[in-house]
Design a protein around this ligand. Structure first.
Ligand code: 0O2
Length: 269
């Protein structure tokens, strides 16, 4: 049995977790900046503790030598939390699309549709991540767990209890946890109905921002053609309509400005 230098062996896993986490947070930022709903709500990462690695290896009858790093796929672990169940597949697809670019998907386990007996739900994707260290290129396996806020709430509580009872959870508690899993499932379903409404609001906000930009451009272009009195009126109406917030009225006002621009033959810039 070879002796494992844990500190050195786990260092690339820490680096991989940091890099993958940073990339996924950037993806979320991209969605946020473009005003689109981000399927990624939160990203966290961790390197499995040495005690947990040894425990899992023991459970799976893996010898305590360097082979442990090939056999265990979740020494590096990333968790992506989504608001809605539908977002899980979107995130999975984002990862699949990166396959062959900066990571390779090697395995998928769907515990969202195939709920575990415990009540556990989550989507697992195992990737191989190429890492460039001072020693050269290394391939790091990483397990990415994708789940909703509700699934995560349940799994976090259940995980702590599982740890507390060390595989001997009283059947009565197991049953209560299964009931909680069912409640979390219902909560996710209810949230799906709210999702459509939320997306509609986001679309309205985007349309409003677009029209407001158009109005500002039109007012700017009319500035040297319409009279001072008329420009003051435009600005006052614009301020009033912005306060009122009706997208229809803003759109009508923009049409008026466009007609005016036609009359003055204002060239758009
Ligand atoms: P940690 O501390 O999160 O790293 P199995 O043999 O089927 O029970 P296996 O072979 O470890 O599980 O692989 P699987 O099923 O892909 O599970 C990997 C990880 O998923 C687990 O890692 C947990 O994080 C999570 N998980 C799987 N099943 C459950 C469950 O019933 N409840 C909770 N709370 N989490 C689960 P670790 O190593 O168990 O733990």
């Amino acid at each position: 049995m070879g002796i494992i230098n844990w500190r050195e062996a786990l260092l690339p896993y820490e680096q991989a977790v940091d890099e993958i986490t940073a990339k996924l947070i950037s993806l979320k930022r991209e969605y946020d900046v473009s005003g689109r709903h981000s399927p990624i709500e939160q990203v966290t990462g961790r390197v499995k503790s040495i005690a947990s690695i040894i425990e899992k290896a023991d459970k799976r009858h893996i010898p305590l030598d360097e082979s442990i790093f090939d056999m265990l796929e979740d020494i590096a672990g990333i968790r992506i939390i989504c608001r809605f169940v539908e977002d899980i597949e979107k995130v999975a697809e984002l990862l699949r699309r990166r396959s062959g670019v900066d990571m390779t998907v090697i395995q998928e386990e769907d515990y969202v549709t195939h709920t575990k007996k415990s009540g556990y739900r989550s989507y697992h994707i195992t990737i191989v991540y190429p890492l460039f260290t001072v020693k050269g290129r290394q391939e790091i396996k990483c397990e990415i767990q994708i789940r909703t806020l509700a699934m995560n709430f349940w799994a976090t509580i259940e995980h702590s209890l599982r740890y507390k009872y060390d595989g001997n959870m009283p059947p009565e508690l197991q049953l209560r946890l299964q009931n909680c899993a069912e409640a979390a499932f219902q909560l996710d379903n209810e949230m799906t109905t709210i999702r459509d409404e939320m997306l509609q609001v986001q679309r309205t906000i985007k349309t409003r921002d677009f029209i407001v930009n158009e109005i500002v451009n039109n007012i700017h272009n009319l500035y040297f053609h319409a009279g001072v009195e008329q420009m003051n009126q435009f600005n006052m109406r614009f301020a009033e309509l912005c306060q009122e917030g009706s997208v229809e009225k803003l759109s009508d006002f923009n049409k008026e400005l466009e007609t005016m621009a036609e009359i003055y033959k204002v060239k758009y810039v």
